[in-house]
Design a protein around this ligand. Sequence first.
Ligand code: HEM
Ligand SMILES: [Ca+2]
Length: 688
Amino acid sequence: MVKIFKKVDNSSKSETEPLLNNKKIVQPFCKKTWFILSTLVLVIIVATAVIIVISSLQPKDNPPNAGSPDRDTYNNVASGSKLSPVSIGTKQQQIRLTSVATTNGDYFKKCAPIVVCNAGDKYRSYNGSCNNLQNPSWGAALTPFYRLADAEFSDGNYTLRVQLDGKPLPSARLVGLKLFYMRDVRYSDHNNNELLVPWGQFLTHDISYYPDDIRNATTPAHLDHCFEKDKSKIPSECKAAILIPKDDPVYGPYNVSLFKFVRSATSVNFSCPLTPRTILNRNTQYIDASHVYGSDKKTADNLRTFKNGRLKSQILKNEEYCPQNPNSEFKNGPLGPSKVQFAAGDVNVNQNLAIALFQNLFLRYHNHLADEMQKVNPSWSDERVYQEIRRIMGAIIQVITYNQFLPIILGDDYMKEYGLTGPTTYDPSINSALAQEMTSGAFRAVHNIIPAKFNFMATNYSIVDEVEPSRVLLKPDLLIGNFDHMLRGFLETPGRAPQPSYNNLITNVVFKIPNLDGYSGFDLMSYDIQRGRDNGLPPYNKIRQICGLKKAIVFDDLSDLISLEDIATLKTLYSTVHDIDYLIGALLEKPRNGSMVGPSTACIIGDSFYRFKSGDRFFYNILGQPGSFTPEQIKSLEKITLSHVLCLSSNLDHIQKETFRYVDHKWMSNIKRSCRSYKLDLYPWKEN
Ligand code: HEM
Ligand SMILES: [Ca+2]
């Protein structure tokens, strides 16, 4: 029997009265029941009042997230500390970080171009400007990374940080070796496949790019002189080179004594001499598919056919790929001549096969959607189709990131705590620019899930090739003809379990340059640590404070999150607990259950993605803006998973809905869905 309930005004009676066929049903209701119920209600009211009074007497530095697993940690926050995160709201406690940096406004006061915006624009600008109408340059390409805390340099402005006792920091290579050498322990993650890696990198290239210092383009050659006997001949760039210890198990036998490290370009390269060193992000700092289209109009126009909204492409072995870049500086890259150098919205498209695969997937997806949209709206111009698909692509990358990727990296609890779920309310006071602490620190900690090898898999799941990253640096030729093999390999291989170390190859022999005398190589971890120092990242202990974790006074205070064994090694490397590099602390922290990262990483990632969502006027589920999607369009977009993109842009025919989930093809193949079931419904875009 169906009961329909309707609110009635007469409060002397029960609040809701069941109606059936609009007739009142008389409920049996005796006086005794009425008495018991009202007594019960009275008791509840009194008890609640007592609880409220008691809790209001508690000190104000209560844990922002009482009841969560982080409760103890938050209890340790010094009360009133300027660096403490703030929790807001009562129903769903949310954590907000407050930047304590003093320099975030400098560029905008001194160097930002004057931008005139049209508040009614439906589409994003190419370079991200005019997203925030009060601060039109916020988040635009070629504006500074945001800082949560002031930069830390030993001279305040430029020179790499030193330890509290004045000694130089330990060599980045030495730190990596002592803590992580041959520590590849928990190899496989049987919940997730390897696809998290190319997605993580693809997402990174949407929001971040800072090239090496172009004023010092000759630096690598300079660095050959770092060991001159005549000290006056040693170039100043050597101060940032990464020293390799003599007893290095990999490089020692070849007498390789340093990694050539080139510092990043700063605002000085762009005629804006700010101090301290200020790094400009070359890509738009919104999740807006700028790596597909470009972060400026010239790049975007070069990638367009100007017909039917399509992007330029080339056909190789009967398949569609990104267009060739005839001007690529890597046609004769470190691995020898390369016939294939792709052009895309981000210059790093050819860095390795995984990112090249994803740039190509999204190029294909754009063209597929453009064709479909033209069918739905035959009268639309090339411009209209192109802009509408560009807008949809940005939205799809957001949907996949927030619905599929972040819940795995952060876990559901952090997702809720940092306000990364559900509808979005636009807040123009939020600058969504990418934090330096994120791009040079927290997000790089996810380098720990990069696998040592990429498997190429045939349709029968047999592995036809295993490719080490060192074979694919800046030379994506191998992708041609292997597109589906590579994609299948990522989908069908369990991921590398998150762990403190990076894989052994990427820290030792990746990007090995063959045919050179001696031995030359690259260590991603050394570079990540050094990049943090190059960009003036605050050390780990400072980030702990920003994140509301306990400030350590002595090394042993780290035992709340780091093992005693690792603390013992840290003591041999750093003079004090205040000197530890952020990335190192981030990697050593024990992740919270259900998350892949530790609290000080989750905090910076959580804050960043909160700002990318609430500070982006064009975020896909913000309503009431000229660029907003309609509720029907949002519904259609929210049905999208990465599996849609993979199905439509490859020859794979069955993919699971939870795209990043590892599905053992032997036992669980029935979880996979036919690619025919994945289709973006463009009907809500149909115009009469
Ligand atoms: C095959 C996989 C990957 C490779 C080979 C790779 C390699 C690199 C390299 C060489 C750099 C520049 C290092 C420097 O000189 O500073 C870098 C930067 C970075 N990577 Fe990765 N990475 C991969 C995947 C990922 C993933 C999965 C993430 C995160 C989820 C990530 C996040 C970052 C970030 C945030 C930066 C700095 C951003 C920038 O350069 O603008 N990477 N990566
Ligand atoms: Ca972007």
